[in-house]
Design a protein around this ligand. Structure first.
Ligand code: URA
Length: 196
């Protein structure tokens, strides 16, 4: 499926019944951010708070994510776009099944086609495996950039994992510093007040 405008994409995504997760969801969590941004963040899937509010990363992990973003001058409402591999909450926050990820991939592909990101940051192992490296070792390879089809991908630790293991915070934060440097090199307009 290919879209040339966001309204159609959002409406179709919100009406999706391509997998069983539609039976238990409260909201389809399409994504949030500035579609003119060249920097995308991709998580795994909505949790309980996201399912109730219809926005990605709005729980405790989301607060931490926003803080780390702010430290490198990134803001979900201004200069990045955030989405998930699956748009509906898996029951009991289990990992999304391969079949659910596959069915949902039409939406993420359409989002990527519209945004044309230069950089995609994967939040956690599941997103990184699906997006660019099936056998990623996230503890060793987070913070590194990998090129695939003209897009630079980086995995960083999932905010929920940092909350579980606060000792990992400095290492995770270094990823955001690496990202800031890469953005300045590839798409400095991200930091332009006038990014519309
Ligand atoms: N975890 C994710 O991977 N995505 C969200 O939107 C929330 C929590």
């Amino acid at each position: 499926m290919s879209y040339n405008n966001w309204e159609d994409l959002k409406n179709d995504c919100k009406a999706c019944r391509r997998c069983g997760l539609c039976e238990t969801r409260n909201n389809v969590v399409v994504g949030v951010g500035n579609p003119n941004s060249r920097v995308m963040f991709i998580g795994e899937g909505p949790g309980q708070n996201e399912d109730l509010q219809g926005e990605p990363f709005v729980g405790r992990g989301g607060k931490l994510l926003d803080k780390m973003l702010a430290a490198v001058h990134l803001d979900r409402n201004k200069n990045i776009y955030i989405a998930n591999i699956v748009k509906c909450r898996p029951p009991q926050n289990r990992d999304p099944l391969p079949e659910e990820q596959e069915q949902c991939s039409v939406w993420l592909k359409a989002q990527i086609e519209l945004i044309k990101p230069k950089i995609i940051v994967c939040l956690g192992r599941i997103a990184a495996m699906k997006m660019f490296k099936e056998d990623i070792k996230i503890t060793r390879e987070h913070g590194q950039f990998f090129e695939r089809d003209g897009i630079l991908y980086m995995a960083t630790l999932h905010p929920a994992a940092i909350l579980r293991n606060p000792n990992s915070k400095p290492a995770a934060f270094q990823d955001y510093l690496n990202l800031q440097a890469k953005i300045s090199e590839l798409c400095p307009e991200t930091y332009d007040e006038l990014l519309n």
